[in-house]
Design a protein around this ligand. Structure first.
Ligand code: UGA
Length: 465
Protein backbone atom coordinates (compact mmCIF):
# COMPACT_ATOMS: atom_id res chain seq x y z
CA UNK A 1 0.00 0.00 0.00
CA UNK A 2 1.54 3.33 -1.04
CA UNK A 3 1.90 6.13 1.48
CA UNK A 4 2.60 8.75 -1.22
CA UNK A 5 -1.05 9.87 -1.55
CA UNK A 6 -2.26 13.07 0.10
CA UNK A 7 -4.60 12.00 2.88
CA UNK A 8 -7.95 13.81 2.95
CA UNK A 9 -8.63 15.91 6.08
CA UNK A 10 -9.84 13.76 8.98
CA UNK A 11 -13.63 13.42 8.85
CA UNK A 12 -15.90 13.26 11.89
CA UNK A 13 -16.73 9.71 12.96
CA UNK A 14 -19.02 7.89 15.36
CA UNK A 15 -18.00 5.00 17.61
CA UNK A 16 -20.84 2.99 19.14
CA UNK A 17 -19.91 1.14 22.32
CA UNK A 18 -17.86 2.66 25.15
CA UNK A 19 -16.16 -0.57 26.20
CA UNK A 20 -12.51 -1.53 25.71
CA UNK A 21 -12.60 -1.64 21.93
CA UNK A 22 -14.80 1.43 21.53
CA UNK A 23 -12.88 3.70 23.88
CA UNK A 24 -9.49 2.68 22.53
CA UNK A 25 -10.72 3.09 18.93
CA UNK A 26 -12.11 6.52 19.83
CA UNK A 27 -8.79 7.56 21.37
CA UNK A 28 -6.90 6.32 18.30
CA UNK A 29 -9.19 8.18 15.90
CA UNK A 30 -8.97 11.38 17.97
CA UNK A 31 -5.17 11.08 17.89
CA UNK A 32 -5.40 11.05 14.09
CA UNK A 33 -7.30 14.33 14.20
CA UNK A 34 -10.87 13.07 13.85
CA UNK A 35 -13.72 14.54 15.84
CA UNK A 36 -15.25 11.47 17.50
CA UNK A 37 -18.75 10.98 18.85
CA UNK A 38 -18.84 8.06 21.28
CA UNK A 39 -22.29 6.52 21.76
CA UNK A 40 -23.30 4.13 24.53
CA UNK A 41 -26.73 3.25 25.84
CA UNK A 42 -25.44 3.20 29.42
CA UNK A 43 -26.22 6.65 30.83
CA UNK A 44 -23.86 6.21 33.77
CA UNK A 45 -20.91 5.41 31.49
CA UNK A 46 -21.56 8.37 29.21
CA UNK A 47 -21.92 10.69 32.19
CA UNK A 48 -18.58 9.47 33.55
CA UNK A 49 -16.92 10.15 30.21
CA UNK A 50 -18.49 13.61 30.01
CA UNK A 51 -17.07 14.27 33.48
CA UNK A 52 -13.62 13.35 32.16
CA UNK A 53 -13.42 9.94 33.80
CA UNK A 54 -12.53 6.81 31.81
CA UNK A 55 -14.43 3.75 33.06
CA UNK A 56 -11.71 1.14 32.36
CA UNK A 57 -8.07 0.64 33.30
CA UNK A 58 -5.95 0.78 30.18
CA UNK A 59 -2.47 2.32 30.21
CA UNK A 60 -2.44 5.78 28.58
CA UNK A 61 -6.17 5.90 27.92
CA UNK A 62 -7.09 8.52 30.52
CA UNK A 63 -4.24 10.73 29.26
CA UNK A 64 -5.40 10.25 25.66
CA UNK A 65 -8.95 11.26 26.60
CA UNK A 66 -7.64 14.31 28.47
CA UNK A 67 -5.43 15.30 25.54
CA UNK A 68 -8.28 15.07 23.04
CA UNK A 69 -11.14 16.20 25.25
CA UNK A 70 -12.22 18.84 22.74
CA UNK A 71 -12.46 16.32 19.90
CA UNK A 72 -14.39 13.73 21.92
CA UNK A 73 -18.15 13.94 22.35
CA UNK A 74 -20.44 11.57 24.19
CA UNK A 75 -24.04 10.64 23.46
CA UNK A 76 -26.49 7.98 24.54
CA UNK A 77 -28.37 7.97 21.23
CA UNK A 78 -26.97 7.21 17.79
CA UNK A 79 -29.48 9.58 16.20
CA UNK A 80 -28.18 12.49 18.31
CA UNK A 81 -24.59 11.65 17.37
CA UNK A 82 -25.43 11.47 13.66
CA UNK A 83 -27.18 14.82 13.75
CA UNK A 84 -24.52 16.57 15.84
CA UNK A 85 -21.53 15.18 13.95
CA UNK A 86 -22.58 14.92 10.32
CA UNK A 87 -20.43 11.77 10.28
CA UNK A 88 -20.71 9.14 7.54
CA UNK A 89 -18.81 6.37 9.28
CA UNK A 90 -20.37 4.57 12.24
CA UNK A 91 -17.80 2.28 13.88
CA UNK A 92 -19.55 -0.45 15.84
CA UNK A 93 -17.68 -1.68 18.90
CA UNK A 94 -20.37 -3.25 21.06
CA UNK A 95 -20.02 -6.52 22.94
CA UNK A 96 -20.74 -9.87 21.32
CA UNK A 97 -20.56 -12.24 24.31
CA UNK A 98 -21.26 -15.95 24.18
CA UNK A 99 -25.01 -16.36 24.08
CA UNK A 100 -26.88 -17.54 27.16
CA UNK A 101 -30.08 -18.10 25.24
CA UNK A 102 -29.08 -21.61 24.21
CA UNK A 103 -26.08 -23.90 24.61
CA UNK A 104 -24.76 -23.42 21.06
CA UNK A 105 -21.76 -21.39 22.26
CA UNK A 106 -22.46 -18.92 19.46
CA UNK A 107 -22.00 -15.17 19.87
CA UNK A 108 -24.94 -13.12 21.08
CA UNK A 109 -25.57 -10.42 18.50
CA UNK A 110 -28.25 -8.62 20.50
CA UNK A 111 -26.22 -5.42 20.86
CA UNK A 112 -25.15 -5.45 17.22
CA UNK A 113 -28.80 -5.89 16.20
CA UNK A 114 -29.77 -2.88 18.33
CA UNK A 115 -27.21 -0.70 16.56
CA UNK A 116 -28.40 -1.93 13.16
CA UNK A 117 -32.01 -1.14 14.11
CA UNK A 118 -31.01 2.36 15.28
CA UNK A 119 -29.09 2.92 12.07
CA UNK A 120 -32.06 1.83 9.99
CA UNK A 121 -34.02 4.74 11.49
CA UNK A 122 -31.53 7.10 9.81
CA UNK A 123 -31.03 8.07 6.18
CA UNK A 124 -28.28 9.45 4.00
CA UNK A 125 -24.73 8.48 3.11
CA UNK A 126 -23.88 6.25 6.06
CA UNK A 127 -21.66 3.22 6.58
CA UNK A 128 -21.57 0.64 9.32
CA UNK A 129 -17.94 -0.21 10.05
CA UNK A 130 -17.91 -3.37 12.16
CA UNK A 131 -15.11 -3.52 14.72
CA UNK A 132 -16.92 -5.91 17.06
CA UNK A 133 -15.96 -9.56 16.67
CA UNK A 134 -18.90 -11.19 14.91
CA UNK A 135 -19.37 -14.74 13.66
CA UNK A 136 -18.30 -15.12 10.02
CA UNK A 137 -21.34 -14.53 7.85
CA UNK A 138 -22.79 -11.74 10.02
CA UNK A 139 -21.76 -8.87 7.73
CA UNK A 140 -23.31 -10.44 4.66
CA UNK A 141 -26.50 -11.17 6.61
CA UNK A 142 -26.73 -7.50 7.67
CA UNK A 143 -26.06 -6.31 4.14
CA UNK A 144 -28.74 -8.63 2.76
CA UNK A 145 -31.33 -7.30 5.20
CA UNK A 146 -33.88 -5.67 2.82
CA UNK A 147 -34.17 -2.56 5.01
CA UNK A 148 -30.37 -2.11 4.97
CA UNK A 149 -30.32 -2.53 1.19
CA UNK A 150 -33.16 -0.08 0.74
CA UNK A 151 -31.28 2.59 2.67
CA UNK A 152 -28.24 1.88 0.49
CA UNK A 153 -25.95 1.94 3.52
CA UNK A 154 -22.38 0.72 3.10
CA UNK A 155 -20.92 -2.09 5.23
CA UNK A 156 -17.26 -2.58 6.05
CA UNK A 157 -15.64 -5.13 8.33
CA UNK A 158 -12.58 -3.72 10.11
CA UNK A 159 -11.91 -6.13 12.97
CA UNK A 160 -10.00 -5.07 16.05
CA UNK A 161 -6.86 -6.94 17.12
CA UNK A 162 -6.00 -4.94 20.22
CA UNK A 163 -4.63 -6.59 23.33
CA UNK A 164 -5.84 -5.25 26.63
CA UNK A 165 -3.03 -3.69 28.62
CA UNK A 166 -1.31 -2.49 25.43
CA UNK A 167 -4.36 -1.53 23.45
CA UNK A 168 -3.28 1.97 22.44
CA UNK A 169 -0.22 0.53 20.74
CA UNK A 170 -2.59 -1.75 18.87
CA UNK A 171 -4.43 1.21 17.34
CA UNK A 172 -1.49 3.53 16.75
CA UNK A 173 0.92 0.90 15.46
CA UNK A 174 -1.01 -2.21 14.46
CA UNK A 175 0.62 -5.32 12.97
CA UNK A 176 -1.97 -5.22 10.25
CA UNK A 177 -5.28 -3.66 9.36
CA UNK A 178 -7.86 -5.96 7.79
CA UNK A 179 -10.63 -4.42 5.73
CA UNK A 180 -13.51 -6.59 4.55
CA UNK A 181 -15.55 -4.91 1.84
CA UNK A 182 -17.27 -5.19 -1.48
CA UNK A 183 -15.24 -3.99 -4.47
CA UNK A 184 -15.64 -0.24 -5.01
CA UNK A 185 -17.25 0.46 -1.63
CA UNK A 186 -16.81 4.19 -0.80
CA UNK A 187 -16.67 3.48 2.93
CA UNK A 188 -13.85 0.96 2.53
CA UNK A 189 -11.82 3.68 0.80
CA UNK A 190 -12.60 6.04 3.69
CA UNK A 191 -11.54 3.43 6.27
CA UNK A 192 -8.36 2.77 4.26
CA UNK A 193 -7.60 6.52 4.21
CA UNK A 194 -7.96 6.71 7.97
CA UNK A 195 -5.33 3.98 8.40
CA UNK A 196 -3.04 5.45 5.74
CA UNK A 197 -2.63 8.45 8.06
CA UNK A 198 -0.89 6.25 10.65
CA UNK A 199 2.89 6.59 10.88
CA UNK A 200 4.35 4.14 10.10
CA UNK A 201 1.69 3.10 7.62
CA UNK A 202 0.60 -0.41 8.60
CA UNK A 203 0.10 -3.34 6.27
CA UNK A 204 -3.47 -3.02 5.04
CA UNK A 205 -5.05 -6.22 3.79
CA UNK A 206 -8.32 -5.92 1.92
CA UNK A 207 -10.56 -8.89 1.31
CA UNK A 208 -14.24 -9.80 1.23
CA UNK A 209 -16.37 -9.31 4.34
CA UNK A 210 -16.70 -12.98 5.39
CA UNK A 211 -12.94 -13.53 5.03
CA UNK A 212 -12.19 -10.49 7.19
CA UNK A 213 -14.54 -11.88 9.85
CA UNK A 214 -12.82 -15.26 9.63
CA UNK A 215 -9.37 -13.65 9.99
CA UNK A 216 -10.41 -12.07 13.28
CA UNK A 217 -11.93 -15.19 14.82
CA UNK A 218 -9.26 -17.58 13.54
CA UNK A 219 -6.47 -15.34 14.88
CA UNK A 220 -7.88 -15.81 18.38
CA UNK A 221 -8.46 -19.53 17.84
CA UNK A 222 -4.84 -19.87 16.74
CA UNK A 223 -3.48 -17.88 19.70
CA UNK A 224 -5.64 -19.82 22.16
CA UNK A 225 -4.38 -23.08 20.59
CA UNK A 226 -0.79 -21.98 21.13
CA UNK A 227 -1.40 -21.20 24.80
CA UNK A 228 -3.15 -24.56 25.33
CA UNK A 229 -0.27 -26.26 23.55
CA UNK A 230 2.21 -24.47 25.86
CA UNK A 231 0.21 -25.57 28.92
CA UNK A 232 0.16 -29.21 27.86
CA UNK A 233 3.87 -29.13 27.02
CA UNK A 234 4.49 -27.64 30.48
CA UNK A 235 2.53 -30.42 32.15
CA UNK A 236 4.44 -33.14 30.32
CA UNK A 237 7.75 -31.32 30.94
CA UNK A 238 7.14 -31.49 34.68
CA UNK A 239 6.82 -35.24 34.48
CA UNK A 240 9.83 -35.93 32.25
CA UNK A 241 12.14 -33.51 34.05
CA UNK A 242 12.28 -30.94 31.25
CA UNK A 243 12.13 -27.16 31.66
CA UNK A 244 9.18 -26.01 29.57
CA UNK A 245 10.42 -22.42 29.27
CA UNK A 246 13.54 -23.77 27.57
CA UNK A 247 11.41 -26.17 25.53
CA UNK A 248 9.08 -23.43 24.27
CA UNK A 249 11.98 -21.06 23.68
CA UNK A 250 13.66 -23.68 21.56
CA UNK A 251 10.46 -24.51 19.73
CA UNK A 252 9.77 -20.81 19.09
CA UNK A 253 13.19 -20.36 17.49
CA UNK A 254 11.75 -22.10 14.45
CA UNK A 255 10.79 -19.15 12.24
CA UNK A 256 7.70 -21.07 11.17
CA UNK A 257 6.52 -21.15 14.76
CA UNK A 258 7.88 -17.96 16.40
CA UNK A 259 8.17 -17.11 20.09
CA UNK A 260 4.83 -15.45 20.98
CA UNK A 261 1.96 -16.91 23.03
CA UNK A 262 3.88 -19.96 24.13
CA UNK A 263 3.98 -19.11 27.84
CA UNK A 264 2.30 -21.70 30.05
CA UNK A 265 0.41 -20.77 33.18
CA UNK A 266 -3.03 -21.11 34.71
CA UNK A 267 -4.77 -21.21 31.34
CA UNK A 268 -5.97 -18.42 29.11
CA UNK A 269 -8.71 -16.01 30.07
CA UNK A 270 -10.25 -12.76 28.93
CA UNK A 271 -13.39 -11.91 27.10
CA UNK A 272 -12.16 -13.04 23.69
CA UNK A 273 -10.32 -16.35 23.46
CA UNK A 274 -12.91 -18.74 24.87
CA UNK A 275 -15.75 -16.76 23.31
CA UNK A 276 -14.23 -16.76 19.85
CA UNK A 277 -13.18 -20.41 19.99
CA UNK A 278 -16.77 -21.29 20.95
CA UNK A 279 -18.17 -18.98 18.31
CA UNK A 280 -15.96 -20.56 15.63
CA UNK A 281 -17.14 -24.00 16.70
CA UNK A 282 -20.78 -22.86 16.67
CA UNK A 283 -20.43 -21.48 13.14
CA UNK A 284 -18.87 -24.76 11.99
CA UNK A 285 -21.65 -26.77 13.61
CA UNK A 286 -24.29 -24.50 12.11
CA UNK A 287 -22.83 -25.29 8.69
CA UNK A 288 -22.52 -29.02 9.40
CA UNK A 289 -18.74 -28.92 9.38
CA UNK A 290 -16.98 -31.21 11.86
CA UNK A 291 -14.22 -29.42 13.76
CA UNK A 292 -12.20 -31.01 16.56
CA UNK A 293 -9.67 -28.35 17.54
CA UNK A 294 -11.96 -25.82 19.29
CA UNK A 295 -13.28 -28.37 21.79
CA UNK A 296 -9.78 -29.69 22.44
CA UNK A 297 -8.48 -26.17 23.10
CA UNK A 298 -11.33 -25.38 25.51
CA UNK A 299 -11.05 -28.73 27.33
CA UNK A 300 -7.31 -28.29 27.67
CA UNK A 301 -7.81 -24.85 29.17
CA UNK A 302 -10.33 -26.10 31.74
CA UNK A 303 -8.04 -29.01 32.59
CA UNK A 304 -5.26 -26.55 33.47
CA UNK A 305 -7.34 -25.27 36.39
CA UNK A 306 -7.97 -28.84 37.56
CA UNK A 307 -4.26 -29.57 37.35
CA UNK A 308 -3.45 -26.68 39.69
CA UNK A 309 -5.98 -27.92 42.22
CA UNK A 310 -4.62 -31.46 41.87
CA UNK A 311 -1.09 -30.17 42.47
CA UNK A 312 -2.18 -28.50 45.68
CA UNK A 313 -3.96 -31.66 46.77
CA UNK A 314 -0.90 -33.74 45.96
CA UNK A 315 1.25 -31.53 48.23
CA UNK A 316 -1.24 -30.71 50.98
CA UNK A 317 -3.79 -33.51 50.94
CA UNK A 318 -7.45 -32.65 51.30
CA UNK A 319 -8.22 -28.96 50.78
CA UNK A 320 -11.27 -29.11 53.04
CA UNK A 321 -11.26 -25.86 55.11
CA UNK A 322 -7.68 -25.14 53.97
CA UNK A 323 -7.00 -21.43 53.37
CA UNK A 324 -5.27 -20.78 50.03
CA UNK A 325 -4.11 -17.38 48.74
CA UNK A 326 -4.90 -16.56 45.11
CA UNK A 327 -2.70 -13.69 43.96
CA UNK A 328 -3.78 -11.81 40.84
CA UNK A 329 -7.46 -11.76 39.94
CA UNK A 330 -7.44 -9.83 36.64
CA UNK A 331 -7.34 -12.13 33.61
CA UNK A 332 -3.84 -10.91 32.82
CA UNK A 333 -1.50 -8.23 34.19
CA UNK A 334 -1.98 -4.60 33.13
CA UNK A 335 -5.76 -4.67 33.12
CA UNK A 336 -8.62 -4.53 35.59
CA UNK A 337 -10.66 -6.87 33.39
CA UNK A 338 -11.76 -9.99 35.22
CA UNK A 339 -13.88 -11.56 32.50
CA UNK A 340 -13.13 -15.29 32.17
CA UNK A 341 -10.25 -14.78 34.55
CA UNK A 342 -8.22 -17.96 35.23
CA UNK A 343 -7.96 -16.79 38.86
CA UNK A 344 -11.73 -16.75 39.29
CA UNK A 345 -11.93 -20.13 37.59
CA UNK A 346 -9.34 -21.43 40.06
CA UNK A 347 -11.12 -19.80 43.01
CA UNK A 348 -14.30 -21.64 42.06
CA UNK A 349 -12.47 -24.96 41.72
CA UNK A 350 -10.71 -24.42 45.05
CA UNK A 351 -13.98 -23.64 46.75
CA UNK A 352 -15.50 -26.80 45.29
CA UNK A 353 -12.59 -28.75 46.77
CA UNK A 354 -13.43 -27.25 50.15
CA UNK A 355 -10.65 -24.63 50.30
CA UNK A 356 -11.07 -21.13 51.72
CA UNK A 357 -10.02 -18.57 49.10
CA UNK A 358 -8.05 -15.46 50.07
CA UNK A 359 -7.71 -13.35 46.93
CA UNK A 360 -5.79 -10.21 46.09
CA UNK A 361 -5.13 -8.10 43.02
CA UNK A 362 -2.81 -5.08 42.82
CA UNK A 363 -5.30 -3.12 40.66
CA UNK A 364 -7.70 -1.39 43.04
CA UNK A 365 -10.46 -1.48 40.40
CA UNK A 366 -10.44 -5.27 40.34
CA UNK A 367 -11.93 -5.59 43.81
CA UNK A 368 -15.07 -3.74 42.77
CA UNK A 369 -15.24 -5.72 39.56
CA UNK A 370 -14.94 -9.22 41.00
CA UNK A 371 -17.56 -8.44 43.57
CA UNK A 372 -19.83 -6.28 41.39
CA UNK A 373 -19.36 -8.68 38.51
CA UNK A 374 -21.49 -11.19 40.40
CA UNK A 375 -24.66 -9.47 39.21
CA UNK A 376 -23.66 -9.92 35.58
CA UNK A 377 -21.83 -13.18 35.36
CA UNK A 378 -22.13 -16.86 35.95
CA UNK A 379 -21.93 -17.67 39.68
CA UNK A 380 -18.46 -19.08 39.11
CA UNK A 381 -17.15 -15.69 38.00
CA UNK A 382 -17.26 -13.93 41.32
CA UNK A 383 -15.66 -13.65 44.68
CA UNK A 384 -17.44 -12.73 47.88
CA UNK A 385 -16.38 -9.50 49.55
CA UNK A 386 -14.71 -11.44 52.35
CA UNK A 387 -12.59 -13.36 49.83
CA UNK A 388 -10.83 -10.25 48.49
CA UNK A 389 -8.04 -8.83 50.65
CA UNK A 390 -6.53 -5.31 50.59
CA UNK A 391 -2.88 -6.40 50.33
CA UNK A 392 -0.93 -9.45 49.20
CA UNK A 393 0.35 -9.93 52.76
CA UNK A 394 -3.20 -9.90 54.12
CA UNK A 395 -4.24 -12.49 51.52
CA UNK A 396 -1.29 -14.70 52.46
CA UNK A 397 -1.89 -14.53 56.19
CA UNK A 398 -2.83 -17.92 57.62
CA UNK A 399 -2.73 -19.80 54.29
CA UNK A 400 -1.24 -23.22 53.70
CA UNK A 401 -0.42 -22.39 50.07
CA UNK A 402 -0.10 -19.32 47.92
CA UNK A 403 -0.93 -19.53 44.20
CA UNK A 404 0.23 -16.70 41.94
CA UNK A 405 -2.15 -16.78 39.00
CA UNK A 406 -1.78 -13.44 37.21
CA UNK A 407 1.75 -12.33 36.38
CA UNK A 408 1.67 -8.80 37.83
CA UNK A 409 5.24 -7.53 38.15
CA UNK A 410 4.28 -6.22 41.63
CA UNK A 411 4.46 -9.80 42.91
CA UNK A 412 8.18 -9.96 42.14
CA UNK A 413 8.79 -7.59 45.06
CA UNK A 414 6.73 -9.46 47.67
CA UNK A 415 8.55 -9.73 50.98
CA UNK A 416 8.74 -13.53 51.13
CA UNK A 417 10.28 -13.58 54.57
CA UNK A 418 7.27 -11.70 55.94
CA UNK A 419 5.00 -13.98 53.91
CA UNK A 420 6.66 -17.07 55.36
CA UNK A 421 5.98 -15.71 58.85
CA UNK A 422 2.35 -15.04 58.02
CA UNK A 423 1.62 -18.32 56.21
CA UNK A 424 0.83 -21.51 58.10
CA UNK A 425 2.08 -23.70 55.23
CA UNK A 426 5.05 -23.24 52.90
CA UNK A 427 3.91 -23.90 49.34
CA UNK A 428 4.21 -21.13 46.74
CA UNK A 429 2.89 -22.10 43.32
CA UNK A 430 3.96 -19.63 40.64
CA UNK A 431 1.75 -20.27 37.59
CA UNK A 432 3.05 -17.49 35.29
CA UNK A 433 6.68 -18.05 36.34
CA UNK A 434 7.30 -14.45 37.41
CA UNK A 435 8.85 -14.99 40.84
CA UNK A 436 12.52 -15.30 41.65
CA UNK A 437 12.51 -18.91 42.88
CA UNK A 438 15.72 -18.43 44.84
CA UNK A 439 14.22 -15.54 46.87
CA UNK A 440 11.15 -17.59 47.69
CA UNK A 441 13.26 -20.59 48.70
CA UNK A 442 15.63 -18.39 50.73
CA UNK A 443 12.62 -17.38 52.83
CA UNK A 444 12.14 -21.05 53.72
CA UNK A 445 9.21 -21.50 51.37
CA UNK A 446 8.81 -24.29 48.82
CA UNK A 447 8.69 -22.80 45.33
CA UNK A 448 6.93 -24.63 42.57
CA UNK A 449 6.49 -23.41 39.01
CA UNK A 450 4.46 -24.65 36.08
CA UNK A 451 6.39 -26.59 33.51
CA UNK A 452 9.47 -27.74 35.28
CA UNK A 453 10.14 -30.51 37.74
CA UNK A 454 10.49 -29.06 41.21
CA UNK A 455 13.59 -30.23 43.09
CA UNK A 456 11.81 -29.27 46.29
CA UNK A 457 9.11 -31.84 45.69
CA UNK A 458 11.35 -34.77 44.90
CA UNK A 459 13.32 -33.95 48.05
CA UNK A 460 10.06 -33.97 49.99
CA UNK A 461 10.47 -30.41 51.25
CA UNK A 462 6.89 -29.37 50.62
CA UNK A 463 4.01 -29.72 52.96
CA UNK A 464 2.58 -28.08 55.99
CA UNK A 465 4.96 -25.73 57.74
C1 UGA B 1 -6.78 -11.17 22.60
C2 UGA B 1 -5.89 -11.14 21.35
O1 UGA B 1 -4.52 -11.27 21.72
C3 UGA B 1 -6.08 -9.83 20.59
O2 UGA B 1 -5.31 -9.84 19.39
C4 UGA B 1 -7.55 -9.68 20.26
O3 UGA B 1 -7.79 -8.43 19.60
C5 UGA B 1 -8.37 -9.71 21.53
O4 UGA B 1 -8.13 -10.96 22.21
C6 UGA B 1 -9.81 -9.55 21.14
O5 UGA B 1 -10.33 -10.42 20.42
O6 UGA B 1 -10.39 -8.49 21.44
P1 UGA B 1 -6.62 -10.11 25.05
O7 UGA B 1 -7.90 -10.84 25.32
O8 UGA B 1 -6.48 -8.70 25.47
O9 UGA B 1 -6.33 -10.15 23.47
O10 UGA B 1 -5.52 -10.95 25.79
P2 UGA B 1 -4.17 -11.72 25.39
O11 UGA B 1 -3.00 -10.90 25.70
O12 UGA B 1 -4.27 -12.30 24.05
O13 UGA B 1 -4.20 -12.90 26.47
C7 UGA B 1 -5.26 -13.85 26.51
C8 UGA B 1 -5.01 -14.84 27.61
O14 UGA B 1 -3.96 -15.73 27.25
C9 UGA B 1 -4.60 -14.22 28.94
O15 UGA B 1 -5.23 -14.88 30.00
C10 UGA B 1 -3.10 -14.44 28.97
O16 UGA B 1 -2.57 -14.46 30.27
C11 UGA B 1 -3.01 -15.78 28.29
N1 UGA B 1 -1.68 -16.05 27.71
C12 UGA B 1 -1.21 -15.28 26.69
C13 UGA B 1 -0.95 -17.13 28.18
O17 UGA B 1 -1.38 -17.84 29.10
N2 UGA B 1 0.25 -17.40 27.61
C14 UGA B 1 0.76 -16.65 26.59
O18 UGA B 1 1.87 -16.96 26.13
C15 UGA B 1 0.01 -15.56 26.13
Amino acid sequence: MSDQRESPPPEPVIVVGAGYVGLVTAAGLAELGHAVWVVDVEDERIQMLRDGRVPITEPGLTEAFQKHCEALHFETKLSDAIRASGARLVFVAVGTPTTRRDDSGGADLEFVDCVVQDLLCESGELALVMKSTVPPGTGNAIRENPAFREKDFAYVSCPEFLMEGEALKGVSNPDRVVIGRQEGCWAAAAVRDIHLALKPVPTIFETDIASAEMIKVVSNVMLAMRVSCANEVANVSEEVGADSSDVMYGVGLDARIGPEFLRPGAGFGGSCFAKDVKSFRAVAVAHDVTVHLPSAVLDSNEAQTERIVAKLQARIGSLETVPVAVLGLAFKPGTDDVRESPALRLATALRSAGAVVQGFDPDPGVRTKVVRHSRLAEPRDWLADREVYPTAQDAMTGVRACVVVTGWSDFASIDWRAAAQAMTGNLVLDCPGILDASRVSAAGLAYEGVGRASPGISQGVLGVG
